[in-house]
Design a protein. Structure first.
Length: 113
């Protein structure tokens, strides 16, 4: 027996008399604190951030440059001279930049409608 816990003797009990803690016991923790309406509104407002216009602009320019490089590769494969390629690629780039400014309408979150 240990601190009044367990058997005084293990004889006839069918056990070895070893006493151990019950690890299956789930003890109640602190009371759950729920968020107020104001805290929920604040969290929701911070989750809906506007997209960064600089990042969107950079991504658009990057896509245009990728298309220009693909055109450059295709023209090189077709056997054009470097001057002709540079002229056609610069003209294509100019058309892409002008076309993108008027092409896509965006909603308040910056997504294409």
């Amino acid at each position: 027996m240990y601190n009044g816990i367990g058997l005084s003797t293990a004889r006839g009990s069918g056990t070895n008399g070893y006493v151990q803690r019950n690890w299956a016991l789930v003890r109640p923790k602190e009371k759950t604190k729920y968020k107020t309406e104001e805290e929920l509104e604040k969290a929701e407002a911070s989750a809906n951030k506007q997209p960064n216009k600089e990042i969107l602009d950079h991504e658009r320019k990057r896509k245009i440059e990728v298309r220009c490089e693909e055109l450059r590769q295709a023209l090189e494969d077709q056997g054009y001279t470097s001057e002709e390629i540079n002229e056609k690629v610069s003209h294509f780039r100019k058309l892409q930049i002008e076309g993108k400014k008027t092409e896509a309408k965006r909603d308040e979150h910056g997504r294409v409608e």
